[in-house]
Design a protein around this ligand. Sequence first.
Ligand code: ZN
Length: 338
Amino acid sequence: MFETTVAGSLPKPAWLAEPERLWPAWRLEGRALEQGKLDATILAVKLQEDAGIDIVSDGEQARTHFVHGFLANLDGIDFARKTVIGIRADRYKAEVPTVTGPIRRRGSVHAAEARAARAHTRRKLKFTLPGPMTIADTIADEHYRDRAKLAFAFAEVLNEEARELAALGVDVVQFDEPAFNVYMREVADWGVAALERAALELSCKKAVHICYGYGIKANIDWKGTLGSQWRQYEETFPVLARSSIDQVSLECRNSRVPIELIALLKGKDVLLGAIDVASNAIETPEEVADTIRRALAFVAPEKLFPCTNCGMAPMPSSVAYAKLAALAAGAELVRKSM
Ligand code: ZN
């Protein structure tokens, strides 16, 4: 009960990439970089184990960014053709590559680090991929010229990758869909359908992570405009509850999400964000326990998985792992008291 896990990314070691950056530059190159990515993956797994995390992740150590890391091994994308676009409904600008032809997977994208992680932990292993709607929102398109078609094209290659990860022994594949908190109508129209296409016939657990973004200024400013209650989940959760997705990872700690909205996820596993990634203040185990207990009024204990609000990539490493230790300790407090 209360198996702990992480939303996804973790800080990279300073010998691998610039620390505390969302789009860090690599500090190695060539074969040293490839080996360094695997070493960092194994290190991230071990540090999560030491912190007491039950379902560990690869920590996204082998990718510069959670979206563009996946795109690197696909045909149909011109990386030299960069366009600056406003993403997440123009919340912030990003320089993105351009889709210029049919999307196809050239081969494995993440198999090497999945193998490395699997070989070095006996715990359950989770692997994250960007969700189809979020990819479609983070790229320029001169080929499909239709957001839903573009998302389904990505869903097909995501599914190929996800099946390969499951075959390598990954226990949970999670698709990250921060765009689900932005384009509410499209989520119901085609976003969840594209997500289900990406997760089609997966033999492992299928998760989706929906958050209010990393703790960067553009996101913090945006959150300030959302009012006293963040009710975006109210529209998406009922659609997800009817879907084939098993688990939903959501933001809770220090957010203005009304906790009762998680009752809308009836039947699904709830990955409850009990750690704030926008603040370096380290939660106490009691604070984590309090977040879990508040959620227990709306979700069965066997369906509740204490988690972080979002990825931790841009945080100082010492802070991130201290927060994970607090997460595990908080879950243990609740376990003992039941
Ligand atoms: Zn997130």
